[in-house]
Design a protein around this ligand. Structure first.
Ligand code: NAD
Length: 270
């Protein structure tokens, strides 16, 4: 990927994940900087990855080709106001990873001509297994789209959405999804413990089954998930019996309702 000068405004978990992915992929540390008010966060990142760090968002943004806005959504207006006053964003690429802040809002906060891409990552990015949804308004160049794709590919997979509303679908299907799997796995672990396994053994059983199922699916992209499920379900067997209970309890419908609820909440937050 191109090694543009990139600055992260915000030194939290997501900034750390992306910086780690970039550095591991050979992006020169000297081309990366991070800005945050807390010296502890930014200095830890600087020490760990050899990148530049600063408390001065304005200078960092001025010097950068790419500005990643990686602060909490509720902090965004406070961060953007001084940037709008003091930084000329023409010729720069701005990337926002904040949930719920629309491109139109960034135009208001940083200027109508802003060259911006929205990114919706998820927490498995922290271990290089992220899934990010990307949205770019029409006028964003192919070169900038490719750069953004390569950036987020350093921490997992990416998927473009054509319409900004699609970002809410990404939230429902991937952004919030790790928590759905944790809920399911936690319920399984608790039941395994009630069956007599130690907490550690129960977690190992459930976690390895989850990793194994996901790896099996990933290794066989041409086989549908429904077929993979059928392949481990013998007629009249134990798996069939467990699945009968899930279906009787309307698990698929519950999943659909939960994902719709996530979309509705994302819309309310816009
Ligand atoms: P975090 O709380 O870990 O980090 C936020 C960082 O912003 C901190 O380092 C803080 O020091 C810094 N900050 C606060 N005020 C600042 C200012 N005025 N100038 C510069 N830096 C400032 O948050 P996070 O989990 O890394 O999330 C960052 C963004 O990523 C959020 O907008 C969130 O919506 C988005 N996001 C997070 C996840 C996730 O799973 N964590 C997923 C998708 C999107």
């Amino acid at each position: 990927m191109q090694h543009r000068k990139i600055t992260f405004i915000g030194a939290g978990n997501m900034a750390r994940a992306i910086i780690a992915g970039l550095v591991a992929g050979g992006y020169p540390a000297a081309a990366i900087s991070v800005c945050a008010p807390s010296a502890k966060n930014r200095d830890a990142l600087a020490a760990e990855y050899g990148i530049n760090s600063s408390a001065d968002n304005i200078t960092c943004a001025k010097q950068a080709d790419v500005v990643v806005l990686a602060v909490k959504p509720q902090m965004m207006a406070q961060v953007c106001l001084p940037l709008q006053e003091q930084v000329d964003f023409s010729g720069k690429l701005v990337l926002s990873i904040a949930a719920g802040i629309l491109v139109s809002r960034f135009y208001q906060m940083l200027g109508e001509g802003l060259n911006i891409v929205r990114i919706m990552p998820n927490t498995p990015s922290l271990v290089g297994k992220g899934m990010s949804g990307l949205y770019a308004p029409e006028q964003v160049s192919q070169q900038d789209r490719d750069y953004t794709r390569d950036l987020m590919s350093s921490v997992g997979k990416v998927c473009w959405v054509d319409d900004e509303n699609g970002i809410n679908g990404v939230i429902a299907a991937a952004g919030s999804a790790p928590a759905y799997f944790f809920l399911f796995m936690d319920a399984m672990q608790q039941e395994a413990e009630r069956m007599g396994f130690s907490s550690q053994a129960a977690r190992d059983l459930v976690q390895q089954a989850a990793i194994g199922a996901a790896a099996l699916a990933a290794a066989n992209p041409e086989i549908s998930l429904a077929t993979l499920r059928e392949q481990v379900t013998s007629k009249g067997g134990t798996t069939a019996e467990a699945l009968r209970v899930f279906n009787e309890q309307r698990l698929p419908e519950t999943v659909a309702k939960a994902m719709q609820a996530a979309v509705s909440r994302a819309q309310e937050m816009e």
